[in-house]
Design a protein around this ligand. Structure first.
Ligand code: CMC
Length: 426
C-alpha cells in the first residue's frame, strides 16, 4: 500500500516514487518510475535493494531479531522440531497435530533416492569435496523428475518440496559415505529426521544397531532449524533468480547449493575450523589478531551483512554448544582455542567498533566438530537445512505473478565500434 511518495529529481524532471510499508521493518521506495528517466539504480551487493516482497522471514539486524512466519527463532529452535519449522516456512504457520503427522509421514515416504543415482556418486573421485558432489547430485535429481513436473501445478510444486526436504539428508550422508569408501546406508524411517541423518552418517552395515544420543540428536535438529531460512541471502536469491526463468526446481536448489558454498556464506563454518587449524594454539591468537587488523585475513565466523548487534541464531547455538560439550565431556584443545578467540574478539575495540560478533557458523562448526562430523561436511549440513528455506521461497515466488530476474549494469568497458582485422591489430 502506497502511504506517501518520495520525490526524485533527475535532469530537472521530478518523479514521484511510491513508498510502500511492509508489516515490519524499513519501508521501501518503489523505483519502477526510473524506467522512464533514462537512468538505472546502482547498488552493488544489493545493500539497499529489495527485489521481492515476502511473507516468510523477517530480520531486524539492528535488534538482532529473526522471525520465521512471525515466530522468533529462539522460540522455534527451543520448542519445535526442524520439520515443523520447515512446514511453517512452506505453509505459512506451524502445523497442528494432524498436519504435523501428515507432513512428517510424507517426508518419511520420500527419503529414498532412485538406485540409479548411485552411479552419479561413482563418477566423482573419492577425494571430491562433498559440496561438489551435492551440487552435482541435487542437480541430477532434475533428470529424475523433469518429465512429470509442471511448475505451474501446485500439487507438483508441493511434492517437489517434500522430495527435496526428504532426500537431502540421504544425499548428504551418501556424499560422506562415498568419501570414506563405505557403503551407503539406506534411510531408517523409524528414526526422526535428525536421528535418521546421523544414522546414515555413522552406522555401517556391520553396526546397524545405531543408538541415537538425545543430546546430539537435539543439537543436530537445532542446527537444522537455525539454518532453515534467512530471507533474501545470497543462496536464496540465487534460487529465486534461477527459478524466475521457470527452471527445474532441483536445478534451482543445486544453484543455491553452489552459492552457499563460498566462505563468505555457508562455507564459513568450514573456514572457522580451518582458521583454528592455522592458528594452532592459544598463544598464537594475538599474532593472528594482528593479521586480522591489518586486513591480511578475516576472522571467520564473525560479522554479518545484516546483523550489526548480535546474531540471534548464534545465541541459541552457543547454549547448544555448551550443552553438547558438557554432555560429551569434550576437552579438545581446538575448542578451547575457539573459546579464547571468542573472548578476545568480543573485547577487542577493532571488533567492537565494527559490530563484529560471532555468527551462527562460529558455534555450529564447534558443535559439529564435537559430535564427530568432519569439517568438509559442515557446509553440506547447512545446505541440507537451508533446503526448506530455499524451496519455500521458490514456492512463494511461483504462487504469485513474478518476472524473470534480470538486473541492469553500469557499463565501463571499451567503446570501440569498428572491427579490427587480425593483421591490423597492435
Ligand atoms: N573479520 C575481520 N574484519 C571483518 C570481518 C571479519 N570476519 N567482517 C567484516 N570485517 C570488517 C571489514 O574489513 C570492514 O572493516 P573496514 O570498514 O575497516 O574496512 C568492516 O568490518 C565492515 O565489513 P564489510 O565487509 O562491509 O561487511 P559485509 O556486510 O560486506 O560482510 C560478511 C559480511 C559476513 C561477508 C563478513 O563479515 C565476513 O566475511 N565474515 C566472515 C565470514 C563469515 O563468517 N560468514 C558467515 C556469515 S553467517 C552465515 C550466513 O548467513 O551465510
Amino acid at each position: 500500500m502506497a502511504d506517501t511518495n518520495a520525490k526524485l529529481t533527475v535532469n530537472g524532471k521530478e518523479y514521484e516514487l511510491p513508498i510502500i510499508e511492509g508489516t515490519l521493518g524499513r519501508p521501501v521506495i518503489d523505483i519502477a518510475a526510473l524506467q522512464e528517466s533514462g537512468f538505472w539504480s546502482y547498488d552493488p551487493g544489493f545493500k539497499v535493494t529489495a527485489p521481492v516482497e515476502s511473507k516468510i522471514t523477517y530480520i531486524d539486524g539492528g535488534k538482532g531479531e529473526l522471525l520465521h512466519r512471525g515466530y522468533p527463532i529462539d522460540q522455534l529452535a527451543n520448542n519445535a522440531e526442524y520439520l515443523e519449522v520447515a512446514y511453517a516456512l512452506i505453509h505459512g504457520d506451524l502445523p497442528n497435530s494432524e498436519q504435523k503427522a501428515d507432513f512428517f509421514k510424507k517426508i518419511r515416504e520420500h527419503t529414498g533416492v532412485h538406485d540409479q543415482l548411485r552411479k552419479f556418486f561413482e563418477g566423482f573421485r573419492r577425494d571430491a569435496h562433498p559440496m561438489a558432489i551435492m551440487v552435482g547430485v541435487v542437480g541430477a535429481l532434475s533428470a529424475f523428475y523433469h518429465e512429470h513436473l509442471d511448475v505451474s501445478n501446485e500439487d507438483h510444486r508441493e511434492i517437489t518440496a517434500i522430495r527435496l526436504i526428504a532426500k537431502m539428508p540421504t544425499l548428504a550422508a551418501m556424499s560422506y559415505k562415498y568419501s570414506r569408501g563405505e557403503p551407503f546406508m539406506y534411510p531408517r524411517n523409524d528414526f526422526n529426521y535428525a536421528e535418521n541423518f546421523l544414522y546414515m552418517m555413522f552406522a555401517t552395515p556391520a553396526d546397524v544397531d545405531y543408538e541415537p544420543n538425545d543430546v546430539i540428536t537435539r543439537a543436530m535438529d537445532k542446527i537444522f532449524t537455525l539454518h532453515a531460512d534467512h530471507e533474501q541471502n545470497a543462496s536464496t536469491s540465487t534460487v529465486r533468480l534461477a527459478g524466475s526463468t521457470g527452471a527445474n526446481p532441483y536445478a534451482c536448489i543445486a544453484a543455491g547449493i553452489a552459492a552457499l558454498w563460498g566462505p563468505s556464506h555457508g562455507g564459513a563454518n568450514e573456514a572457522v575450523l580451518e582458521m583454528l587449524d592455522e592458528i594452532g594454539t592459544v598463544e598464537n591468537v594475538p599474532e593472528f589478531m594482528e593479521k586480522v587488523k591489518s586486513r591480511e585475513v578475516k576472522l571467520m565466523g564473525f560479522g554479518h551483512r545484516v546483523y550489526k548487534n548480535f546474531d540471534p541464531r548464534a545465541q541459541v547455538m552457543k547454549e547448544t554448544c555448551d550443552e553438547v560439550l558438557g554432555a560429551l565431556g569434550i576437552n579438545d584443545p581446538k575448542l578451547e582455542l575457539a573459546m579464547a578467540l571468542e573472548k578476545i574478539a568480543l573485547e577487542d575495540p577493532f571488533f567492537v567498533e565494527r559490530n563484529l560478533y560471532p555468527n551462527v557458523d562460529f558455534y555450529s562448526g564447534i558443535i559439529l566438530k564435537a559430535i564427530g562430523i568432519p569439517t568438509s561436511m559442515f557446509t553440506v549440513i547447512f545446505s541440507l537445512a537451508r533446503t526448506s528455506g530455499w524451496i519455500s521461497h521458490w514456492l512463494e515466488m511461483h504462487s504469485t505473478p513474478f518476472k524473470i530476474g534480470r538486473p541492469r549494469q553500469l557499463y565501463t568497458g571499451e567503446t570501440r565500434r569498428d572491427f579490427v582485422k587480425v593483421e591490423d591489430r597492435k
